[in-house]
Design a protein around this ligand. Structure first.
Ligand code: SF4
Length: 325
């Protein structure tokens, strides 16, 4: 943790992918994450919300270096992890863990649950043999599973139980930071609350810090201290959770919030009431939200708005908003 209480500080993080162009040797950049900056205090949960394709999962993976960022800085306890070599990163890895959206795909079907949860302990030489078995048993109980479940295979469990196994694996190495990528969106609505409550209990018991990624603002509101709204690789608004719901300021956030009562569990996010579908930004100029915005004006086509603090840690990137202090 640095002197400001931040566990992690992300500065101007970019992750570009490149795709072939027809009739051209030059490759076209896909700016999946296009310069995001934010910090998370120790013990805090920052919710990262946005439509599918906005770059939030890529951002989460890049922050843990599960994929290599294109540029930027990621300070974990004040140290830039992009400067770490493979061995130093391997040593740091237990402190930063990832929970995947689909627990079934992320669990090796040929491994027993005890092997899955204990694998990290073995790899990082933290426990072996009987001690490892005892640790696995403790961890399984912490996430609401039975010690005997260590001998069963993932396919023998329900979706909610499989996500508990994924969570057990993530906490097995006593991490400080967990990036949870849509951890409840593949689950039945009735099970979602149980897993969210488990994540919140573990945060309090183990002093965890979360970056919690979801397309669903209702879920994000439930668990987050602050919320960051992402659009086409950029942050467009970031505020304390209550403040964001009381004072949504960016036109995109306002539409996301207005859509909540109409979006039942089965509604798809593509049904959000926009003039245009979400498309990659073709021009580097101007506001990325401009093609879908009802308030767009000439300046929006020329100049990209910066994320500016409007007071009380409420940041907004929109030309409609002027600095209030
Ligand atoms: Fe809309 Fe302009 Fe604000 Fe972008 S900067 S959200 S286009 S008003």
């Amino acid at each position: 943790m640095d002197q400001n209480g931040y566990l992690i500080q992300v500065r101007d993080l970019k992750k570009y992918f490149y795709r072939e162009r027809l009739f051209s040797a030059a490759k076209e950049p896909i700016r999946a994450v296009n310069g995001i900056t934010f910090s998370i205090r120790k013990g805090e949960t920052l919710g990262l919300v946005g439509e599918s394709g906005c770059g939030k999962t890529t951002a989460g993976k890049a922050i843990l270096r599960l994929i290599e960022p294109t540029s930027g800085q990621i300070l974990f306890k004040g140290k830039n992890i992009l400067d770490l070599n493979r061995e130093d990163l391997r040593r740091l890895r237990p402190q930063m863990q990832f929970i995947f959206q689909d627990p079934y795909e992320s669990l090796n079907p040929r491994m027993k649950v005890g092997e899955i949860v204990g694998e990290g302990l073995e790899v990082h030489r933290l426990a072996h043999g009987k001690e490892k078995a005892e640790r696995v048993s403790e961890i399984l109980q912490k996430v609401g599973l039975h010690p005997g479940d260590a001998l069963r295979y993932p396919h023998e469990f329900s979706g909610g139980q499989r996500q508990r196994i994924g969570i057990a694996r993530a906490i097995s190495l006593h991490p400080e930071l967990i990036v949870a990528d849509e951890p409840v969106s593949a689950l039945d609505v009735s099970i979602q609350a149980q897993i969210l409550n488990l994540l919140m209990d573990l945060r309090d018991q183990l002093g965890l810090t979360y970056l919690f990624i979801s397309h669903d603002l209702r879920i994000i509101k439930h668990i987050s201290d602050r919320i960051a709204v992402m659009y086409l690789g950029r942050m467009v608004e970031m505020a304390k959770a209550e403040d964001l719901f009381q004072r949504p300021t960016h036109p995109y956030t306002q539409i996301l919030l207005q859509a909540i009562p109409r979006l039942g569990p089965s509604r798809r996010r593509s049904e959000l009431p926009f003039r245009e579908e979400l498309r990659p930004q073709t021009s580097e100029k101007g506001c990325p939200f401009q093609p879908r915005c009802s308030y767009t004006k000439e300046r929006c086509q020329i100049e990209e708005p910066l994320l500016i603090d409007q007071g009380e840690e409420h940041f907004v990137a929109c030309h409609l908003v002027s600095r209030s202090h």
